[in-house]
Design a protein around this ligand. Structure first.
Ligand code: SF4
Length: 71
């Protein structure tokens, strides 16, 4: 599973990092990034993070987190 983020949509609510603190990070402005990959827009999701990342994708109020099974 891959996760895609759309920073232009992010409203800096902080929910995704609360749900998946080992996967998501933020810019100084609070906009979503990936931990350790500050400029990436897609990242492979490790098995142990998948449940938390899926929940982030479902609950992101801005639809800024997209999940792709087949990428
Ligand atoms: S849950 Fe969505 S809107 Fe909130 S910080 Fe994460 S990506 Fe941005």
């Amino acid at each position: 599973m891959k996760c895609e983020i759309v920073p232009e949509r992010c409203i800096a609510c902080g929910l995704c990092q609360a749900l998946a603190p080992h996967f998501f990070d933020y810019t100084d402005e609070g906009i979503v990034t990936f931990i350790g990959e500050a400029h990436a827009l897609q990242e492979f999701v490790p098995e142990k993070e998948q449940a938390a990342v899926k929940q982030s994708g479902r609950r992101c109020p801005a639809h800024a987190i997209l999940l792709h099974d087949s990428l």
